[in-house]
Design a protein around this ligand. Sequence first.
Ligand SMILES: CC(C)(COP(=O)(O)OP(=O)(O)OC[C@H]1O[C@@H](n2cnc3c(N)ncnc32)[C@H](O)[C@@H]1OP(=O)(O)O)[C@@H](O)C(=O)NCCC(=O)NCCSC(=O)C[C@](C)(O)C(=O)O
Length: 381
Amino acid sequence: MTDADADGSRDENDPSTRNDLEWTDPNTFTSALERADTREKGHYFEDFAEGDVIQHDPGLRLTRWGNELWTSQTLNHDPAYWRADVARDRGFDEPPIHPDYLLAATLGCTVEDLSEKGGYFLGRTNVRFPADVVAPGTDLRVESEVLTTKGSNSRPDYGIVTWATRGYDAGTGKTLCAYERTNMIPRRERLETDGSGAEADGGGRPSDTERPASALPETFVTPAGDAFEDFEAALETAENRDAVVAYRHERGRTMDDVTVATLPLATLNTAKQHHNTDAMADAPSGGIVAYGDVTRSTALGHARSDERTHREVGFEDERFHAFVTPGDTVYCFTRVLETSRETTTVNERAGTVRFQHVAFNQRDEPVYSGIRTAEILTRDD
Ligand SMILES: CC(C)(COP(=O)(O)OP(=O)(O)OC[C@H]1O[C@@H](n2cnc3c(N)ncnc32)[C@H](O)[C@@H]1OP(=O)(O)O)[C@@H](O)C(=O)NCCC(=O)NCCSC(=O)C[C@](C)(O)C(=O)O
C-alpha cells in the first residue's frame, strides 16, 4: 500500500494505480482507443519498388476440403474433381485440385503482403498452369515480384501496382501457376495532380477494342452442343457472315456470406473488402464486395456447365469492371473466338477453344471479362 492510498487520495501519475482504472467503462475506453496507436497491416503504394521480390508466408496447403468448398459454391461441378472413377477416365490418379481454386489460393495468400491495405483488384493477365495436374495435399509456396508502379491520375489517393506472382509446389519446387495482377493500392501521401485527367506516371489500362452496341453483328450463333466439334461448327456457321458465336448461360449465383466472406478467407485472403463491413463503409464500394476470383470462377462455372472442359490452358486480359456486392447475382455471357485441333497436352480427344467470357449482374452490367483458352473434349470421348 502506498502513502497516497493510505490517506485516501490517488496519484494519477503512479503507474500502479492505473491498474484500478475501469478500462471497459465506455467513456474511458473511447478515450483509450483515441490515444492508442493502431498496429497496421498491409502496405501502402509507396512501399512497393519495381524489382522487389516478396516471399509470401505462410503459403497454403491445397486441401480436398478447400477444393470441394470452392468448386461446390462456385458451381464448378465437373465430376472429375469429385469422383475417383471419372478422374481416372480423364487420366488423373485422383480428383485433382481445380485450377480456379489453385489460382484463388495462390492470390489469396499474397494479399497480406500486397493488397491488404485496401484498393481493388483491377485485372490480371498471362495466367498459366504449367503443371498438368495438382494433387490435394500439395503445399503451396508463393512468391511475387513488383513489375510496375504508377500513379492514378483519376484517383489521387491511390496508385496502381502490377506484380508477377508464381505459386510453387513447396516440396518439388515445380511451378503450379503464374500470372500478372494489377491493383489499386492506397497511397500514404495523396498525389497532387493538375486535374487534367492525363496519365500521372504513364501506362494505363488496355484499350477497349469492342465495337459500340449499334455495330453489333446481325446474327448471334449458339453452339448446338457442348463438345469441341460444336464450337468448331458454330464458328464455321458464322464465318463470312455478319455473325458472331455468342450466347448467355442460364445459371446465376447470388452472392451470399459464403461466397463473399467464407471463400476468400478459406484461401487466407485477408482483404478487408470481403469480410469487414465496418471498415468498408467509407470505401469507394460503400461496403464489402466479392473477391474477384469468386466472381470470375462463378461465371466460368456457368460457362463450363455448357461445355466438356478437359483442361484450362490460360487467361489473358482479365478485368474487373464494377463491384459485386452481397445480394448481387452473377451470370455469364460467352463468345467463341477461335478453335484449333492442336492441344498443349497429347490428347487426341480434345481441341483448343479461345473464349471471351463476360460476367454480368442482375442489372445486365458487366462486372468481369477475360479471354480464356481451354481444351474441350470431342464428342466421341
Ligand atoms: C475500382 C473502380 C471503382 C475504379 O473505377 P474508376 O472508374 O475510378 O476508374 P477506372 O478507369 O476503371 O480505373 C482507375 C485507374 O486504374 C487504371 N486501370 C484500370 N484497370 C487497369 C488494368 N487492368 N491495368 C492497368 N491499369 C488499370 C485506369 O487506367 C485508371 O488509371 P488513371 O486513374 O491513371 O486514369 C472500378 O474499376 C471498379 O469498380 N472495379 C471493380 C473492382 C473489383 O470489384 N475488383 C474485385 C474485387 S476486389 C478484390 O478481389 C481484392 C483482392 C483480390 O482481395 C485484393 O486485391 O486483395
